[in-house]
Ligand binder design. Sequence first.
Ligand code: AHR
Length: 321
Amino acid sequence: MKRVLGGIAALGIAALALTGCAANTGGGGDDDLITVGFAQTGSESGWRSANTESLKAALSEENGFELIFNAADNKQEAQIAAVRSFINQGVDAIVIAPITVDGWDDVLKEAKDAGIPVILEDRTVSASDDLYATWVGLDFKQEGKTAGEWVADNFGAEPTNLVILEGTTGSSAALDRATGFAEAIDGTSINVLDSQTGDFTRDGGKKVMEGFLQKYGSEIQVLFAHNDDMGLGALDAIKAAGLTPGEDIKIVTIDAVKDGMQALADGEFNYIVECNPLLGDQVADLVKKVLAGESVDKAYIVPDGAFTQEDAIELLPTRPY
Ligand code: AHR
């Protein structure tokens, strides 16, 4: 079901091939299949791996799709280049998990001008919603708020020092979680000592936490990490500093992937707010609806839970990711 390429698009492919910017994988061109280009952020976290697997499973040949997958290594220029490559290849639809909120206007307009619908998943963009068909994802602000309410309820009555490991700078996940968390602890006795990005990775979380520990030592009483992976990286730094995670430093994170839930069950994390990565089926359904000309909403929010140690012990054996 691939489109016939115009001269300009064909030139675009040649240029991309020369600069080595073609998508990671290509399809065989079965005309009965819906060709979808999926521009993923990268592979920064356990959540991201589960999200990629969910989309690959849903956008399968068995389900009527030919998937062209690209992971951009958390670099927005690479992600935009992948989207341009999808436009030049004349795919039927484009799915994007946008790394950052800003910077999407031009390429989304190019997709619109080429008549290719864009379905956003996971994170949001600041571009006008005329430029994409729909979005399915999570309420990041509410996730941050839920984490902040747990901190406020448990520590907000007494002066308590907290540090924050932020997600990728400029991503809607990091921006909205920060806003929700700040609102929830506003007016309490929580003192935010420091807040820096760990880029949603274990390495980033470890390095930034090492810096926090060097600077503030045992003054740190609570850690809020914008995702499990940064929290897991921070565990190494905390243990190396001779402190006990979950006891000397209480830890709240977001995601609830298996490794995070294991840390919660083991008492090294104290609370996790869920962020559901299994968006593939909804994305596949929306692609089909949009291409069939059916009306869809501009936004679909997938609900999240939140877990204590007891929940983690109960849920771990059946946790799918
Ligand atoms: O956008 C969702 C966030 O991106 C997840 O919380 C994080 O783990 C991922 O990298």
